[in-house]
Every structure is written in C-alpha cells, then in structure tokens.
Design a protein around this ligand. Structure first.
Ligand code: NI
Length: 249
C-alpha cells in the first residue's frame, strides 16, 4: 500500500471526501498527509485527521498568501501543534512565480515557521517555486528535515537537497511529456523520494486536465516502477521506509 504524502483534501475541492478516500483505498493508497495552507485550511485538515485514523495533518502558512497573514495566524499554528495528528509543518516555502515583490516577507514567514519546526522537532514540507537558491540558503540555517514537495529541479539541485537530508516529493509532473524529472529520478537512488499527488492539482497522464485525487498515486508509482525496473511492492516498501525516516506515522 502507498501513502499520498501531499494532498489538499478540502471540502472546497471535493463534494464527497469519503468517496475520495474509498477510491484511494481501492487503488492501493491507504495513508494520507493532508496539507493546510492558511488558518482556515489548517483547521480543516486537523478536523479530517481526527475523523480518520490514516489521515495525518501538516499545517502551515503558504507563501502565496503571505500578504494576508497576521501574528494571530502564527499563534494559531503554534497552538494547533499540540494535536497528535499534526505530524509536520507545511505547506510552507517560497514562491516567486507570480511576484518577487514580497520576497523579503516570504523569507521572513518561512524562517519563522522553520524556527517553530526546529523547536517542536517537526519535519517540514517545503514548496519552492522559482526560488531554489533562496530556499537552499534558508534551509541550511536550520536543523530541520523534511521533504521538498513537488520537486522538479535539476539533478544538481536534487543532489544538494539529498545531501542536506531532505526527501524529494515526486508527483504527476514526472508523467508529463516535456518533464525532465524522469531523467533526474532515473539518476538518484530511490531512498531519496516519496510519492505525492498534490491533489486536486497536477493530475498525472493520461488523466491530465481532470481534477486530481490521491488514488492517482498508483499512476505515478507505475510510471516510476517502469522507469526504475522494479515492482509496485518494492516501490511501496522503499517509499514507506523513506516516510518512516522523516515522519512520525
Ligand atoms: Ni500543495
């Protein structure tokens, strides 16, 4: 059985969450790390994790909404860490795709949350888009560990993160025709990757364009098995061991 290490299962995206979970279970996916992005979705992922044994919560303040956050959001975040189903701080990071204007504010928000992760001994789930250099330089300052979610960088960047002790989160992007991620994954040992869907986004081929869901981990897994010449069982064992190294689940 596989684990979807990064999804956003919110009521906003899915009419019938029970159905989504059932469909995942029927497709060899039995565990989920549901990621929040702001105070509202953080509360939602905690509530869902309370209802389901195999759903875990990661909570964090996403860089895309950096301009909306107040000190109270950080206080809420720290308070919520007491919940035993909260197993990571995420999704947090840097995103310079839409604007670089709030760069400094983004860095500050990321560092605040890395400090919290460090003091609570929690792993982090990092979003980094068009911000590789800053991400690496900031992560190096903290004794944190975790995953570089939706990794799609070069082999050289992959090796830097691996050396720093981070896992690479691989999702449907690897199945995209023009993606260079295949070459990267081909050239790194499998004990450095974990699988994720980033549902409802980044639907793998041949379903690209449709809404994504955790069941599609199986498509990503099949693709990687073909690439690396291993069986689904082997990949499940390796990736679940990798998860165990970082996350307390
Ligand atoms: Ni995400």
């Amino acid at each position: 059985m596989f684990t979807d290490t990064h999804c956003h299962i919110y009521k906003e995206y899915y009419e019938n969450i029970e159905e989504v979970i059932k469909n995942a279970n029927e497709n060899k996916v039995n565990r989920f790390i549901n990621n929040g992005c702001d105070t509202l979705s953080n509360k939602e992922v905690i509530a869902l994790a309370k209802e389901h044994k195999n759903i875990y919560a990661a909570i964090g303040l996403h860089p895309e909404y950096v301009d909306n956050f107040k000190d109270i959001d950080i206080k809420e975040l720290i308070k919520s860490l007491n919940n035993p189903k909260v197993i990571a701080i995420g999704e947090i990071g840097l995103d310079y795709h839409y604007t670089k204007e709030n760069k400094e504010k983004q860095k500050e928000l990321l560092e605040t949350q890395l400090k919290i992760a460090e003091s609570h001994s929690l792993p982090v789930i990092i979003h980094s888009r068009e911000a590789t250099e800053d991400t690496i330089n900031i992560l190096k300052k903290y004794k944190t560990t975790g995953v570089i979610h939706s990794f799609s960088g070069s082999l050289e960047t992959a090796k830097i993160y691996i050396k720093m002790g981070y896992l690479l989160g691989i999702n449907g992007v690897i199945t995209f025709k023009n993606s260079k991620l295949k070459e990267v994954v081909k050239n790194i040992p499998l004990d450095n990757i974990i699988l994720e869907t980033d549902s409802p986004y980044l639907t793998p081929e041949p379903y690209r364009g449709k809404k994504n869901e955790p069941a599609r981990i199986l498509e990503i897994a099949k693709f990687i098995c073909e690439l690396k010449g291993i069986t689904l069982e082997e990949l499940a064992t390796i990736t679940n061991n990798n998860i165990k190294r970082i996350f307390d689940i």
